[in-house]
Write a protein that binds this ligand. Structure first.
Ligand code: AMP
Ligand code: MG
Length: 329
């Protein structure tokens, strides 16, 4: 499959011409199979698909330097969903295993164009399971990714072209590193990341390039992530969370973890992270009313498509791409 040959801004603004490229049509056929495969897999696991929220009074604050979009909702400021995490914690009170194909808007910094894996409008398959642990949803994520790759290879080899030969169903269980171990590997590669920080995009890509199979990074420090992840009882300051990283330089696939569901602890975490609890109206009222513990994750659909199709750029993995700074259709 070919990437777009034209200048990026020009080619995205003229999407009505470049979308006709035969390579892109093949990508969208593969994407259709990816989505069908995930839906079938999750239905078979007992999940209910729900409709995702698009706007609301609050959204996910943990979006690494991206800006949220605010709209005027009858005189009340509303956010456009950066992710539906807070809503997933609401719906599992009614349905214990849920997922949605959830659209997200994040005004990513301009420099993210260089990562080739950031869009400003993207979608996640976002799922949540009441009373689940990290290990259980990690196992689910591995089985889901293996199933999707197997289905796409079986049904879309023609559309995948050369990539059909190099794309293999990964061996389970996937390798797991703690965040601390990932930092040690990076240090040995000559990339120093200070404990407590998010792993920078270039370091994430370098780590990904050093692997030929997907792998997990678990137990990030609380200072690197948002308030809604559960903190470990044994190691305060360390979270019960994880990322899945694709191999071959494709970078982050999934973020997820166990959720903090206890009102007092959550308010304390918000304060520690510099968040103002008074901005989280219904969310904190809900926690006061009581919700079950849960675990879940989100997997970016365009990034999954980029990885499966072996695309250099994420903007070739979506019909109507929105990239930081480029006002395209
Ligand atoms: P996050 O909540 O930031 O961990 O996002 C969840 C998942 O959505 C990530 O693991 C990615 O697969 C995907 N994702 C996050 N940000 C972007 C973006 N700017 N463009 C495309 N996909 C993204
Ligand atoms: Mg993430």
């Amino acid at each position: 499959m070919k990437n777009l040959p034209l200048d990026l801004s020009e080619s995205l603004r003229k999407r009505y011409l470049t979308v006709r490229n035969n390579g892109l049509a093949n990508v969208f056929k593969v994407q259709d199979e990816i989505i069908s495969s995930i839906r079938a897999f999750l239905k078979n696991e007992g999940f209910t698909e729900i409709l995702a929220p698009i706007i609301g009074p609050v959204t996910d604050p943990g979006i690494r330097g991206a800006k949220q979009v605010t709209i005027d909702y009858y005189g009340v400021p509303f956010k456009v969903m950066s992710s539906m995490i807070l809503y997933k914690q609401m719906i599992i009170t009614a349905l214990p295993k849920v997922f949605a194909l959830s659209p997200n808007i994040r005004l990513e910094p301009l420099e993210t164009v260089k990562t080739r894996r950031h869009l400003t409008e993207f979608r996640q398959i976002d799922l949540e399971v009441a009373y689940a642990t990290c290990d259980e949803v990690i196992d689910l994520g591995e089985r889901m990714l293996c199933q999707v790759i197997a289905d796409v290879k079986a049904k879309c080899c023609k559309e995948l072209g050369e990539r059909c030969k190099t794309l293999t169903v990964p061996k389970r269980p996937f390798k797991r590193y703690t965040y601390k171990e990932a930092l040690e590997i990076l240090e040995n590669m000559g990339m120093k990341v200070n404990y407590g920080e998010e792993i920078p995009w270039e370091a994430e890509e370098a780590l990904s390039k050093a692997h030929m199979e997907p792998f997990w990074i678990t137990n990030y420090p609380a200072t690197a992530r948002s308030f809604y992840y559960m903190e470990s009882e044994e190691s305060p300051g360390v979270l019960k969370d994880f990322d899945l990283v694709y191999p071959e330089g494709f970078g982050e696939a999934i973020s997820g973890g166990e959720r903090e569901y206890r009102y007092e602890r959550l308010v304390e975490r918000m304060r520690r992270g510099g968040e103002d609890p008074s901005q989280y109206g219904w969310y904190l009222d809900m926690l006061k009313a009581g919700i079950p513990p849960s675990a879940g994750f989100g997997i970016g659909v365009e990034r999954l498509t980029r990885f499966i199709c072996g695309l250099e750029n994420i903007w070739d993995a979506v019909p109507f791409p929105k990239v930081a700074g480029i006002p395209s259709p």
